[in-house]
Every structure is written in structure tokens, then in C-alpha cells.
Design a protein. Structure first.
Lengths: 791, 274
């Protein structure tokens, strides 16, 4: 029986929408400070080369140049989990686009002119552009010093003397025995290229390295406290010396988690004696210099019983990190422990590797490895079903996880873990799934030139987060009974703040228009939060806000109890009043308590009302290095996508007629926001599925570092019909039972399309993206293609 | 970032002529700027002088002459073509093609003449104008000249204009008014993309004209076909003999060729069903 809420679950409009649509919201790019300088980077034209000589003298001599730095000037190591990067390249460059020098000047134009005057002599080295080649133990080393890099030792396991910077293992059951028992063994390889996040606002930062090493950073970032922490580690500063301010952010999608331009801009500011320095990445730099999503090549081998049960699964994932490990090692880890998907395996073995290559390095990207993983996994499950001659829906239903099942890391699922079956059922029903198309039917339909197909794919993901992930917040009540919430969440388009306001309104019974969530995040002003990533903020940050409301109510009750000479437990909170439960005539308006209660005679008690709330995930463990056993997940969000597609058999062009997305979100906090996430996620998933990819030449130069040839979907590419479906199996820990659902709408869109195309045409696609040309080629291989010249 | 340049916005054609003559080599003509400004930002070109033709009022017009021909001025945008009643009614292939050029926002700036002058093999407006027998009206110091659009393109992003010349307008002869025509384009995404290839076709008084884009260094106009000989196979063979597509980041040459074949077939079918 679910509780009736006044605010929770309602489609409350974004509380900051007016500022954004009127242009009054301020982004880093809008900001300017007295004496501010402009920075420009010089980037490497080579994918792998020794820096033999670098000369900045001509740049420094240019009028208006305040500082010019090279890697030689900056002996610092930076890194998120694996400290493998320098602020500017030192000794060698490892990818085309890597910054080798930077200039701060009075104007951006002078800075651009100055970087062109920097002379660099390179000695080209052979680049490693294929993940399998780089994985080979005999390959040249991109990081010969891998063994000496400091790293998070509880989670990451580099192999010095190779290009492997992390290896995650999952071992459960007896894999060999499983394959021996199997009636059928199915094995296939899958592939994903790197893609870009393409935030509307590129990366940008302004840094002032002030007197006494007091540093202020304004940055377009997802994670102010992570920027602060890593900045302090790099420069050996105390956390109280560094202040990070994140104003409005124009999109992140994971690309702005971690730390990126801030250390470089900080060094430029320091080199100019503390003038503020601004660096905004160009779109080309966003593609070429800032990180992308990792590439993935993987093999899935599955042992099946004739009755449709999976008995064994072996997965080998080779993640192409690019030049630096950044988030790639954690993507490897998270996708490693999730690699089976929401299925039950009596025997499973997974090896997930992070491999250095000479390409743009990868970072977090919406889905954190799961978009890439599920492409192959869910194409593979359809393949398995076909090999057994079982309907792919029935095959999945036979093997999907349920409460009581043990996951590959040894977690026993509970009733509150969510219901994957309901998700698949709802999505498949929405597209009217009635079984696979017969070859006869397919050939018949082909005569008409257009063939329709249906497909679906399931998904799951848990937040990839440290075991001590936490949120905290402060609610301050103002003189008139309105409140201000200070919380270090960032809103980079995800609508983070509105549900927080709804929670306060619900808990305190204060109207929404009397609640202000302090939008911009400031590490000097706001309490600690890990990061706004991993679809974890609403369920966890929301708990912190509930706790802060309870703290505030407790403090109000204590004062009211004195006033009415009763117990603090005797009150309810309604219509901005604290009211005695059994005597409603006894009440006090919130504003009369806000800054202390004043008796008629002038005596005052209480004082300003401040509620404090924290929430920390408990019970999570590190994973065993050899077996991967442990509890990594705060919660799992399950879901399924189902798609109907129509293909033009002459051209390979296809149109998505309908996509249904069913997610077990636990509890909808804001219906409109969630719907927005689903639609946005599906379209981003569609981009990955149909057109996005990094293309390199044989020297490792990125060929498509602009919108001209690195395409993302446009309004015209949106599916004709999108149907969001929300299943609500409450999660015990999340606020009001909610689970994260920000990344999930993007996961498994691609395999659902792949499966629908298989249904329509009988073609087998294993590489993303699926372009019209790829469909045409696959048809051609089947000799099904229409050749107009022959008619 | 853009280089420093001097900007002129002449209000008359004679003023434009004078500016073009006095600045010569260092000059670029600015119309919509949707190609030029990108080239400048990328450092591909760094003109010292930009001469904006948008101040000349007659250049912003689509004029229908008494004989039924139309003339599209140098600063007419693609959206103005799309919204023009006469073009919709009598030269609809121009509207079809213009709708596939860039995005709505870009088409508010991008001009038909600019698209032609940029001389990209993928130019969306090129094919339809080629099959409509368009004439390029060139302005210069010696009274100007007119040439057929098919002679205007001389290489990859190269046109025939001399240093002191500019395009005033493009004219579609009355002869092609109400001709059966069509345009098909293949691209990676449905919105805002350069074409993998495109085909424009027009039938007029027993003649079939076909143009192919993105399949050679310039847009290609095939030799005219006498309509009674123009079976699908015949036209496709002629096309294959006249184009030379490459494999690049957008497509393989095999797919380009295939799509040209499909488009020819479809446009012929469409033409035959009229």
C-alpha cells in the first residue's frame, strides 16, 4: 500500500527553468573578473612521439603574453584512481590532441597567436591503435613507469611491464564444469568505438591562485569536492586553501566528473602572480583533447542447456582506455562486476581489462560502461535463444534474476531489489511482441521494399561508487519561515534540485515557492558531497534532505514543547505550523520559530533554525581481487527497452517507429523530470546506436574532431513514438523507495535496435554504430540486397 | 578565433564593384557566412577584407521575369527559397533540396549563391540547379558575364570566378518551369548532415537531366538523355561512367554508388508516375 504524497511523484516544473530559458543563469563561459587573462593550449599533432625540444621563447616575447608553460615546468602527477598523467605532456605525448604547452595572455587572440609561436620538435613513435595489439604482452609500452604510479590499491590492479593498467576478475561456480554440462555453446565477439559526450557547454575553468596559496576555481564540473580533493593532492595543498565554485553547467554526461582543465589553469594563474585565468575548450578540443568514452572489444561465450537455462558464461572485455587511465579503470571494474547483466549464472567467469592505447583517453560516460557492455550482451542473448530455437522473450524470462538469486559477486537479491521481469514484460507488451518473424514472412515482406522488425533488450546498473559514498546538506530557515537548502549537488541538466525542493515541501509542508535550493555549488559554503554521478544523487542526496528535515523538525519540536509544556513527540507539522497532535488549538507558525521563539513578555528561546542531514551508504565492501566476491552495489536499477523498426531494404535506412522504455525506478519523485531523463537518454542511446564514433587514421590522428563528421542525432532523428513506463518496486534505502534512473534510459537502446533489425532482416550486426550502410552491407552478404542496375 | 579583417557593407552594386576592385586578392564576399566564417575560425582562410553583399537590396530578391524565368539574388537565404510561392509552384525541386541543407537555423543565414560559390561536391543546391539549366550571373568591372552552372565548378571547392568577380544572382530559365523534377539525398542522420550522395533529376520536353552530388570533385551533371532511351539501366550506366566516388569517413564508395543507383531508379519511377 503506497502512501499518498502531496509533492512527491508530481510533475513539478523545474525550479530553475525560468533562469535558464531567460538566459539569466550564469555559466563559466559568461564569467569575467578584473585583470582576467585568457589561456590557450598547444596540442600534440602526433598520437605517440618523444618531445625532443620545446621552445617557448618566441611566445613569451609576444606583447600581451603573461605566461607560457610546458611540461618541463610542471613536475606534478595527476590522476583519479591511477596517478598516471602530467598536467602538460612531459618527455612524450601519448595521444593526438594531448596538451604540450599553454599560454595565458591579455586576450584570447594573443594567446592563440602565442601558442603558434611555440616550437616543438618531436620524434614520432609507433602508435598503438588496436586494443588487442596493445593488450599483447610483447607490445611497446605506452607507460613504461606503470609500476611506479600510485593508485587506489583496494580496487585497481595494474600489471607493470604491460599496457594493462587494471584487471578485474569475477569467479563464481566452476566455469569448466559448466561448459562440460552444456548442451550448446555459443560464442561471439562484439565491438564498440569511442564516442564523445558532446555537452552543449564545453569544458571550461577560471582559476585564481591567490596570495598564500589560496586558490579559487570556477569550473564547469560535475564534482566540486572531487576537483578540490584531487587539486589538493596534486599540489600538496590543504583542503581549506582551495575553494571550488560550480555555477550552472551546460551538460556533463560523465565527461565533467573528475578533474580536467583545472590544474593547468591554476598553474597558469600562479605563473602570472595570481591573476585569474580563463580557459574554455573549443569544440575541437572537446573532441580531441578532453576525454571521450572508452572503446570496448569483447568476447562472450555461453553454455546453454536445451531447456533454455544458462549454465556457464565466460566474458573477456578489453577496454581501450586511450592514453590515460582516468575513469577507464573504474568503468572496467563496474562493467566487470555487472558483466553478466540481470541474469542468473550458476557458473560465471569474467575478465575485464583496461588497456592503454594511443588514442584520446576515456572517462566516465552516462551508463559507465554498461551502454557498451549491453550492446554485445543483449545481442548475444538473442543469439543464444535462436541457437536453442526458443523465443528470445521466453529465453530471457527463464534466466532473469529474481529475489533470492545470487549475483556473480555473491550478493543475495532481496524483495526490494527490483523486478526485471515486470520491466521486460511491460516493454515487450507495449510493442506487441508476438514471436520472431519467420524467414518466409521476411521474404514476403521484402517484396514491398519495407520490412518491420521488433526487438528488445534488458539492462541493469548499480552506482559505481566508493564504499563510503555520502551526501550531506543544511537547511536554513529564514525569518519568514521560508527555507534555503545548501547541498553540493550539481545540476548539469539532470534536474537535480527540483526533487530536493519537493522533499522539503513534503516533509515540512512548506509551499514550493518558499523553498530555495542554492543552485551553484561552493565548497566553502556547502557541505560535502561525493559527486553528482552514477544515478545516485536523488536516492542518496534525497535521504540526506529527509534527515535534515527531521533534524529541523526535532529542533522545532524542542522549542514548541517548552512553549506548550509538553513532550517534543506531541507535534505534527502542517501548513507551515507546528501543531499539537491532540490539541490543534496549540500551534506556532514556522516564522515565529525561525530565529527563536519570543514569549509575550519578551523572553526568547531557541534561536535560528538550522537542520543538518547526512546520508552514507552502509554495508558495501571492496571486491576480492581474485574472485570479485563482495557487495559493490548500493542498489540495482533494472529495465528493458523494446523497439519496432522499419527498414528500407534497398538502402539499409531504418526508422524507429516506437520505443518503449520500462524502468523499475522504485518510486517516481518527479514524473516530468524522469520522463525527460528517459526521452533524453533514449536519444543519446540512439546516437550511440546509429551514428556516433571516433575515427582515426593509421597514424592515430582523430579524423572527426568536429560536428561535420562526428554526428549526434538531431530533432529529426527522434523516434516517432517514445513510451516511458515506470515500475515501482520500492527500494528500502532510497528516498521514498527511489532508485537512480539517470543513466539507464541510454543503456540497451542499441541492442534493442540490433535485435529488431535481426528480426526484420535476419542480419547479424555485432559492431556499433549501426549505420544504414552497415545494414546494407549485411543484407548484401546475405545476397538479399536489391541491385537496381540489374533490373 | 577569427582573424582581424576590415568589413564593408556596400549599399549598391557599383560600390561593391569598387570595393572588390580595390582590395582584390585579400577579399572574401560574405553572404550568409555559414561556410566562410567556419573556414575563418578554422584558419583555412584569413581574408583581410570582408565585403558583405546583404546591404544591396536587389540581391535579396527572388525575381520572376515576365517570361517566367526566376532569378535568385546573392543574399537570398535557403529559407526564403523554401517559403517562396513561385518556386514552390514552378521549381519545387529547389525547395526539396533546400529543405535538406543544414538545419532550419542555418537556412535562415545560408544563401543559395553561397552554397554554389563554396563549390562543395556535396552542395545541396547544386544538383537541382544543374538539372534546371541554371545560369550564373557574374558581376565584374567589364559589365559582367553569364555562364552555365555546369561550367562554374572547376575543382574541389573551386569555382571559375576571377579575383575581381562575384556572383550577383542565379537564374533558372523559363524553359524549365513546371518541369517534372526530384531530389534525393542520403546522409548519416536525418537532420543537419552533409550528404553521402545526392541525385537531382528533371524531365523537360523529351529530355532527361540528371545530376549527382558527393561522387566526384565537383557536383556532376550527366550528359542529357533523350527521354525515350532513358531506361533505368541506361541512366545508371551513364551515371557510373561519369562519377568517381571515394571511400571516406562518411561512406564507402560502394555504398555511394549503390545509393546513386537506388535514387536514379526511384526518381525515374516518380517521374514516370506523374
Amino acid at each position: 500500500m503506497s502512501k499518498e504524497y502531496k509533492y512527491i511523484g508530481k510533475g513539478v516544473p523545474r525550479i530553475d527553468a525560468d533562469l535558464k530559458v531567460t538566459g539569466q543563469a550564469t555559466y563559466v563561459g559568461d564569467m569575467s573578473f578584473p585583470g582576467m587573462l585568457h589561456a590557450k593550449m598547444l596540442i600534440s599533432p602526433h598520437a605517440h612521439a618523444k618531445i625532443k625540444k620545446i621552445d617557448t621563447s618566441k611566445a613569451k616575447a609576444l606583447d600581451g603574453v603573461a605566461a607560457a608553460l610546458t611540461g618541463e615546468d610542471l613536475d606534478y602527477q595527476v590522476g583519479l584512481y591511477m596517478v598516471d598523467k602530467t598536467i602538460l605532456a612531459r618527455e612524450k605525448v601519448r595521444y593526438h590532441g594531448e596538451p604540450v604547452a599553454a599560454v595565458a595572455a591579455e586576450t584570447l587572440e594573443i594567446a592563440e597567436k602565442a601558442v603558434k609561436l611555440i616550437e616543438v620538435e618531436y620524434e614520432e613513435l609507433k602508435p598503438l591503435l588496436d586494443v588487442e595489439e596493445a593488450f599483447n604482452e610483447k607490445a611497446n609500452l605506452i607507460h613504461p613507469n606503470l609500476g611506479s604510479y600510485s593508485h587506489v590499491q583496494t580496487a585497481f590492479f595494474p600489471k607493470p611491464g604491460t599496457n594493462i593498467c587494471h584487471h578485474s576478475k569475477i569467479r563464481r561456480g566452476d566455469i569448466d564444469k559448466g561448459f562440460q554440462e552444456a548442451d550448446v555453446i555459443v560464442e561471439r565477439e562484439y565491438n564498440n568505438p569511442s564516442v564523445q559526450h558532446v555537452p552543449m557547454e564545453t569544458h571550461g575553468a577560471i582559476v585564481q591562485w591567490g596570495i598564500g596559496d589560496r586558490v579559487t576555481i570556477w569550473t564547469s564540473a560535475q564534482s566540486p569536492f572531487t576537483v578540490r580533493n584531487l587539486f589538493c593532492h596534486t599540489f600538496k595543498l590543504s583542503h581549506h586553501q582551495v575553494r571550488v565554485i560550480v555555477p550552472y553547467v551546460g551538460g556533463g554526461f560523465g565527461g565533467k566528473a573528475g578533474i580536467h582543465l583545472e590544474p593547468l589553469v591554476g598553474c597558469l594563474s600562479r605563473a602570472t602572480g595570481g591573476r585569474p585565468v580563463k580557459l574554455i575548450a573549443t569544440r575541437k578540443e572537446e573532441y580531441n583533447t578532453l576525454p571521450c568514452r572508452c572503446g570496448l572489444k569483447y568476447k562472450i561465450k555461453t553454455g546453454l542447456m536445451k531447456d533454455g537455462k544458462i549454465v556457464a558464461q565466460k566474458l573477456t572485455l578489453l577496454w581501450s582506455a586511450g592514453a590515460y587511465a582516468d575513469y577507464a579503470v573504474n568503468v572496467t571494474r563496474a562493467s566487470g562486476y555487472s558483466a553478466g547483466g540481470p541474469y542468473f549464472y550458476p557458473n560465471i567467469s569474467t575478465d575485464s581489462y583496461t588497456v592503454y592505447t594511443n588514442m584520446v583517453f576515456g572517462t566516465a560516460y552516462r551508463g559507465f560502461g554498461h551502454v557498451e557492455l549491453f550492446w554485445g550482451l543483449e545481442r548475444h542473448m538473442d543469439y543464444c535463444a535462436r541457437e536453442l530455437g526458443i523465443d528470445p522473450y521466453e529465453f530471457r524470462m527463464k534466466n532473469l534474476l529474481k529475489p533470492g538469486d545470487i549475483t556473480p559477486t555473491g550478493e543475495k537479491l532481496k524483495d526490494d531489489s527490483g523486478d526485471i521481469r515486470k520491466c521486460l514484460n511491460a516493454a515487450a507488451k507495449e510493442i506487441g511482441w508476438d514471436g520472431v518473424k519467420s524467414e518466409q514472412q521476411r521474404i514476403k515482406e521484402m517484396q514491398s521494399g519495407k520490412v518491420r522488425g521488433k526487438g528488445f533488450a534488458v539492462l541493469h546498473k548499480a552506482p559505481a561508487m566508493p564504499t563510503n559514498t555520502s551526501s550531506s546538506c543544511v537547511i536554513k530557515m529564514n525569518e519568514n519561515g521560508s527555507v534555503i537548502l545548501n547541498i553540493s549537488a550539481t545540476d548539469y541538466g539532470n534536474g537535480t534540485y527540483t526533487p530536493m525542493a519537493q522533499i522539503i515541501a513534503e516533509e515540512m509542508d512548506i509551499p514550493l515557492d518558499k523553498i530555495h535550493v542554492a543552485y551553484e555549488t561552493d565548497t566553502d559554503r556547502d557541505p560535502y558531497d561525493w559527486q553528482t554521478v552514477a544515478s545516485r544523487f536523488a536516492p542518496m542526496g534525497g535521504r540526506a534532505v529527509i534527515n535534515a528535515c527531521n533534524d529541523l523538525k526535532r529542533k522545532m519540536s524542542e522549542v514548541a514543547a517548552k512553549v506548550f509544556e509538553c513532550s517534543p513527540d506531541d507535534f505534527i507539522f502542517q501548513d507551515e505550523k507546528i501543531i499539537h497532535k491532540s490539541d490543534p488549538q496549540k500551534f506556532i507558525y514556522y516564522d515565529k520559530l525561525a530565529t527563536g521563539y519570543v514569549y509575550p513578555n519578551g523572553n526568547a528561546i531557541g534561536g535560528p533554525l538550522i537542520g543538518v542531514g547526512v546520508y552514507m551508504a552502509e554495508g558495501l565492501t571492496h571486491l576480492d581481487k581474485e574472485t570479485g566476491q563482495g557487495l559493490p552495489a548500493f542498489n540495482w536499477t533494472y529495465g528493458a527497452h523494446a523497439i519496432e523498426v522499419e527498414v528500407d531494404v534497398e538502402t539499409g535506412e531504418f526508422t524507429i517507429l516506437k520505443i518503449a522504455s520500462a524502468l523499475d525506478v522504485g518510486k517516481v519523485l518527479n514524473y516530468e523530470s524522469l520522463k525527460g531523463q528517459v526521452i533524453g537518454g533514449i536519444i543519446q542511446g540512439l546516437g550511440t546506436a546509429i551514428c556516433e564514433r571516433y575515427v582515426y587514421d593509421n597514424k592515430g590522428r582523430l579524423l572527426n574532431n568536429s560536428f561535420t563528421d562526428n554526428k549526434i542525432p538531431t530533432a529529426k532523428d527522434i523516434p516517432l513514438e517514445i513510451v516511458p513506463i515506470f515500475i515501482e518496486t520500492p527500494h528500502d534505502e532510497g528516498a521514498y523507495g527511489a532508485r537512480g534512473a539517470a543513466e539507464h534510459p541510454m543503456i540497451s537502446v542499441a541492442p534493442a535496435i540490433g535485435n529488431a533489425l535481426r528480426d526484420a532482416l535476419g542480419i547479424e550486426l555485432t559492431e556499433m554504430p549501426i549505420r544504414a550502410e552497415d545494414v546494407w552491407k549485411a543484407l548484401k552478404e546475405k545476397e538479399l540486397v536489391f541491385e537496381p542496375a540489374t533490373v | 578565433m577569427l582573424n582581424h579583417f576590415t568589413y564593408f557593407k556596400p549599399q549598391t552594386e557599383s560600390e561593391l564593384l569598387e570595393k572588390v576592385k580595390s582590395y582584390g586578392d585579400d577579399t572574401k564576399i560574405l553572404a550568409g557566412g555559414t561556410d566562410l566564417l567556419i573556414y575563418m575560425k578554422q584558419g583555412i582562410t584569413a581574408p583581410k577584407v570582408l565585403i558583405d553583399v546583404k546591404g544591396i537590396s536587389e540581391y535579396s530578391k527572388i525575381v520572376t521575369a515576365s517570361d517566367g524565368s526566376i532569378s535568385i539574388g546573392a543574399s537570398v537565404t535557403c529559407n526564403e527559397v523554401i517559403e517562396n510561392e513561385c518556386i514552390n509552384k514552378h521549381f519545387p525541386v529547389l525547395v526539396e533540396a533546400a529543405k535538406t541543407l543544414g538545419s532550419y537555423q542555418l537556412r535562415n543565414r545560408a544563401t543559395v549563391i553561397g552554397n554554389i560559390c563554396n563549390a562543395s561536391p556535396a552542395a545541396d543546391m547544386a544538383g537541382p540547379l544543374l538539372v534546371l539549366g541554371a545560369l550564373v550571373i557574374i558581376g565584374n568591372d567589364s559589365g559582367g558575364r553569364e555562364i552555365l552552372l555546369k561550367d562554374f565548378f572547376i575543382g574541389f571547392k573551386k569555382n571559375i570566378l576571377k579575383v575581381d568577380e562575384f556572383v550577383k544572382a542565379i537564374k533558372v530559365p523559363a524553359y524549365f518551369r513546371d518541369a517534372k523534377s526530384g531530389y534525393l539525398k542520403s546522409s548519416r542522420i536525418k537532420g543537419h548532415d552533409l550528404g553521402i550522395c545526392n541525385v537531382a533529376m528533371c524531365r523537360v520536353n523529351g529530355t532527361l537531366k540528371v545530376a549527382v552530388g558527393s561522387c566526384a570533385v565537383t557536383p556532376v551533371l550527366l550528359p542529357d538523355f533523350e527521354s525515350d532511351r532513358a531506361g533505368t539501366k541506361f541512366v545508371i550506366e551513364a551515371a557510373m561512367n561519369n562519377i568517381n566516388p571515394i571511400s571516406d569517413i562518411r561512406s564507402s564508395k560502394e555504398y555511394r554508388k549503390h545509393m546513386v543507383k537506388v535514387f536514379i531508379k526511384r526518381l525515374l519511377e516518380k517521374g514516370n508516375s506523374h
